[in-house]
Design a binder for this molecule. Structure first.
Ligand code: KIV
Length: 273
């Protein structure tokens, strides 16, 4: 499916995502960090593009999401925004740019919106980020929440295993989700939690709940693009479905190019001026 054929592309808004939940239409979201890939996935009909701080892992090669800076996120987001005609572009506020104070959270969000042209921001946490969420929203910036496994807190958790398996943590997650909705968040990401809990949260909330490793009974799904396209080979969590094996495709294509260059087969007579 290509949505770029007509010049009248209907842009996805936060209101449309709400309507999608209301009528039971699932929301498809993927990450992107650069112009070329964002252009492809926008043309393929993705509803939401997340410029995730997972760029720290998949683009910059860091072990965690912690090192990526606000400037780097803005660079990735502005590249994505230039490519997108239809999808809603949500940009992660990276670690260290909203936890200090609600004023800092607002300043970071305003920089993202002004300098990248993104349409919304996402941040991790529940009650502990309430003031920041409210302050950002007061400036008219849509906010997406993120609960469950929150990778910016990896050194607190210690591992990337499933979160909220125990009752106490599950109750706190549901309370946080309701709080984020009450604050005015337009949607929430739930990462790596039991499917039964995600189902309960989705049913309890009016706003869309987007899952990653949260089972089928939520309002949409998000994956990291490099994972679902099979570019990152070693990351194999149970929740990940691979829709392509681009690692093999690229390795084969580059191998053939190297072979052709070495054999003086490329460029040939037709491939020169
Ligand atoms: O940064 C990211 O890619 C994310 C998704 C995993 C939801 O936050």
């Amino acid at each position: 499916m290509s949505v770029h054929k007509s010049s009248e592309v209907k842009k996805i808004t936060t209101h449309q995502l709400q309507e999608m939940k209301n009528r039971g239409e699932k929301i498809a979201m993927l990450t992107a960090y650069d112009y070329s890939m964002a252009r492809i996935i926008d043309g393929a009909g993705i509803d939401v593009i997340l410029v995730g701080d997972s760029a720290s892992n998949v683009m910059a090669g860091n072990e965690t999401t912690l090192p990526i800076t606000l400037d780097q996120m803005i660079y990735h987001a502005s590249s994505v925004v230039k490519a997108v005609k239809r999808a809603l572009v949500v940009v992660d506020i990276p670690f260290g740019y909203y936890q200090g104070s609600s004023g800092e959270a607002l300043r970071s969000s305003i920089r993202i919106m002004k300098e990248s042209g993104g349409h919304a921001v996402k941040l991790e946490g529940g009650s502990e980020v309430k003031d920041s969420v409210l302050r950002i929203l007061s400036a008219g910036v849509p906010v997406m929440g993120h609960l469950g496994l929150t990778p910016q807190s990896i050194y607190k958790f210690g591992t990337y295993t499933v979160r909220a398996k125990e009752e106490e943590e599950a109750n706190k997650l549901l309370e946080d989700a309701l709080l984020l909705q009450e604050c005015g968040c337009f949607a929430i990401v739930l990462e790596k939690i039991p499917a039964s809990l995600a189902k309960k949260v989705s049913a309890s909330l009016q706003i869309p709940v987007i899952g990653i490793g949260a089972g089928p009974d939520v309002d949409g799904q998000v994956l990291v693009m490099q994972d679902m396209l099979g570019i990152t080979k070693d990351f194999k969590p149970r929740f990940l479905r691979r829709y392509a094996d681009l690692n093999t495709v690229i390795t084969g294509a580059v191998g053939n190019y190297v072979k052709d260059v070495k054999a003086r087969d490329f460029p040939n007579q037709e491939e020169k001026y």
